[in-house]
Design a protein around this ligand. Sequence first.
Ligand code: FES
Length: 232
Amino acid sequence: MEVTLRIKRYNPETDVKPYFKEYTVEAEPTDRILDALNQIKWYQDGSLTYRRSCAHGICGSDAMRINGRNRLACKMLMGEIGRRATIEPLMGFTVIKDLVIDLEDFFASYRSIKPYLIAGEAPGAGEWLQTPEERDRFEDTTKCILCASCTTACPITWTNEEWIGPAAIVNAHRFIFDSRDTGTVERFHILNQRSGVFRCRTVFNCTDACPRGIQVTKAIEEVKRAMLLEQA
Ligand code: FES
């Protein structure tokens, strides 16, 4: 089938403002959006710029707005978009070029919540066992691939540069509810800042945007509840 992709282009070094450019590609309904972008870049317009790496929904590089919703280009099929689609960069961060945004602040927020195990005393030699229930407690939030879909779908991100964002909270959740971790108080302190977890207005955009199906809003609510119980 013939599909027209309307892609937002912007090169801050040469363009006064962003503009849309249309490309027509031949594609099968089972091709991915990423395949169509590659077809454009390799055979029509080498200047088109976007991130991609694994092409299998694991690295999180190719998150973008496809028909107004944050999606991974390598996980969305051409058959899902029909004959025409609009593709734009994720919102809320500076565009470096075309579909590539500056993720420095996103990763700074992620690093701020100490996204690693802060372990107490290991229980002697051998494996550090958890019960299946203890492991299940944070199973959902281990799935994050840091694609920034959730954070850039959040309306607070669009207006508040300081907002820590859903992705950082999801990754805090992954360690806060890990029975081996002892960094909870430190993380609560970070998440209790002015633009921390309580800025969340429970809009659910983050949950809708997550390509891994993480219950992002639920994780945020669990962190809020744990912090309130800690303060009680
Ligand atoms: S290219 Fe790695 S997630 Fe799509």
